[in-house]
Design a protein around this ligand. Structure first.
Ligand code: NAP
Length: 303
């Protein structure tokens, strides 16, 4: 018997990933959507979340695909109505929001899953296992992509709370905070803000323990989503956003579900066990960069 789920915020990621992952799952059936404009063919659609909640006490799970800033109110309302909640990344516009949502989940006895889709990439757990008994001498993140390709005309990414290049960069941070056997401490950052925007388009970060990162949204053509780690046991490389794992240049076999099917599988286990999964550490790294980083101005940006 499939569990009914409602998707909120029918835009790029809902259409690209959530709808196919739910359609292809034995666990879930998409029973309603809530969005001001977006709809999914053949699925009852609402523009008013209260109305959906009133009409559908039979839908126990809400998956929120909206941008970060408007998401908190929906998550709070869903949990107050006794529904389990799945959050797209980043889990909040602020760290306090995530802590509040965590407390609400506990108070209302529902499951809250703050997803990190890149953590669900197939090579991440093999890399974590391999690194567990190694001494890490140096690590570097390269996370560069074209904002026009991945966020076409999405001005919210450059508005306060949109996090700019950290919207994708937090994917790298979600991986590295998962695989490192120690916590990261940011020492410095340089953030490039377009003169006409409120969030950075590029960043360089330096952490203790020889860990560094470069993030850039101005790369055209193919993406660079790589993390390299020099260890006492050899060179580990996670490539293509955590999809491929190499040790000393030799590709390691990996398998498993794609990222979003894996997230929905995990959500089912959380709901069945009435537990939550919330890790705010990647968001803390972004907050630390915005707190500690030196701001420099760069060319104005237009889509
Ligand atoms: P998006 O297409 O701009 O937004 C999703 C939908 O949310 C919009 O189509 C819109 O639907 C609704 N929405 C936007 N602003 C809203 C507001 N202020 N109030 C209420 N509803 C609003 O963005 P997206 O690319 O799907 O990203 C959404 C989330 O997914 C972000 O947190 C992002 O980090 C994450 N994500 C994105 C990608 C990607 O490749 N783009 C990949 C992985 C994760 P209506 O106009 O119909 O209401």
């Amino acid at each position: 018997m499939k569990t009914k789920i409602c998707l909120i915020g029918i835009g790029k990621i809902a259409v690209d990933q959530h709808v196919p992952a739910i359609s292809g799952s034995d666990d879930w059936t998409l029973a309603a959507t809530v969005s001001r404009v977006g709809t999914v063919d053949g699925v009852p659609s609402y523009t008013d979340f209260d109305q959906m909640l009133a009409d559908h006490p039979d839908i126990p799970v809400i998956s929120l695909c909206l941008p970060t800033v408007p998401r908190f109110e929906y998550a709070a309302k869903a949990m107050a109505a006794g529904r389990h909640v799945m959050l797209e990344k980043p889990p909040g516009a602020t760290i306090s929001e995530v802590h509040m949502l965590q407390a609400m989940a506990k108070d209302h006895g529902v499951s809250l899953f703050a997803t990190w889709h890149s953590r669900a990439a197939v090579a991440v757990q093999p890399a974590k296992t391999w690194l567990a008994d190694k001494s890490i001498k140096k690590a570097h993140i390269t996370w560069k992509e074209d904002v026009r390709k991945w966020h076409p005309n999405q001005d919210w990414v450059f508005e306060p709370g949109g996090m700019g290049v950290f919207d994708p960069g937090i994917n790298a941070l979600s991986i590295i905070t998962e695989i490192l056997p120690f916590e990261m401490r940011l020492q410095s950052a340089i953030l490039e803000f377009p003169t006409n925007r409120d969030t950075p388009i590029a960043a360089k970060m330096q952490w203790a323990d020889n860990i560094s990162g470069e993030f850039d949204w101005r790369q055209e053509g193919s993406e660079s989503w790589d993390i390299t780690l020099e260890t006492d046991g050899g060179l580990a490389e996670l490539k293509e956003g955590g999809a491929r794992f190499f040790i000393d240049g030799v590709e390691q076999p990996v398998d498993g579900l794609d990222e979003y099917p894996a997230l929905y599988k995990h959500m089912k286990t959380l709901v069945d066990s009435n537990t939550s999964d919330i890790d705010v550490r990647p968001l803390i790294q972004v907050a630390d960069a915005l707190t500690l980083g030196k701001r420099i101005s760069t060319d104005a940006f237009a889509f």
